[in-house]
Design a protein around this ligand. Structure first.
Ligand code: GLN
Length: 208
């Protein structure tokens, strides 16, 4: 085992219950990963489905659509309120965009404004809109993490309360943590590597 704080599969309290925003995008894959880790995973489409959850994942997909659906279903304000009370949230790809406090002016989206970062959407342009690269993520241990980037955003700027936990070789921030908020520009749910999900579950359980 390389990750010092990352637990073995199946060692989480069976009482942990995580919601996965199921408006649009790769929510089924997150639910599958959580189920593999033997954690109860609940698809969330309506505010009342947030009740009794210990945290939420906002998946990758199309951030404009997910954002619009969150507004239409009155989820955005509920989620913001819960996070202000210390609720853990993990945003992947479009989820990272939605967590941001600020979006590069090309971005045309109104984010939730929860993590103190500026994000640029579709930062790799059309020519290299998808790629895979090995990432060093020290909080997960020494073994590189398979970073699957699909029309991915990047973190252009992070303010002082934010810890950048993964960078590309050129120093571009692609994953960050701020208190109990976690976000990454890539798709951990599309890989076999469950360490980032386990890191989030450790945040939820108060072990991180
Ligand atoms: N390009 C998408 C957006 O801006 C994000 C892509 C993804 O989630 N894989 O919303």
């Amino acid at each position: 085992m390389t990750g010092l704080s990352v637990r073995a599969v199946g060692t989480y309290s069976s009482s942990i219950k995580i919601g996965v925003l199921a408006a649009q995008g790769a929510f089924a894959e997150h639910i599958a990963t959580l189920s593999q880790l033997e954690v109860a995973a609940v698809p969330v489409r309506l505010p009342r489905q947030l009740e009794g959850l210990d945290g939420l994942i906002i998946p990758g997909g199309e951030s404009t659509s997910i954002g619009r659906l969150m507004q239409d279903y009155h989820l955005a304000d509920e989620i913001k309120g819960l996070v202000r009370h210390g609720w853990p949230l993990f945003g992947t790809c479009a989820g990272l965009i939605l967590l941001a406090s600020s979006i590069h002016p090309d971005g045309k989206i109104d984010p939730l404004g929860l993590m103190d970062i500026t994000v640029r959407r579709n930062a790799f342009g059309r020519q290299v809109d998808s790629f895979e690269t090995e990432l060093k993520i020290p909080v997960l241990g020494e073994k590189p993490f398979p970073g699957v980037f699909i029309r991915a955003p990047v973190i252009e700027q992070a303010n002082s309360g934010v810890e950048i936990i993964a960078e590309l070789a050129n120093g571009t921030g692609v994953a960050a943590r701020q208190d109990r908020l976690l976000a990454c520009a890539f798709h951990p749910e599309l890989t076999e590597d469950t360490r980032l999900h386990r890191y989030f579950l450790d945040i939820v359980a108060g072990n991180q």
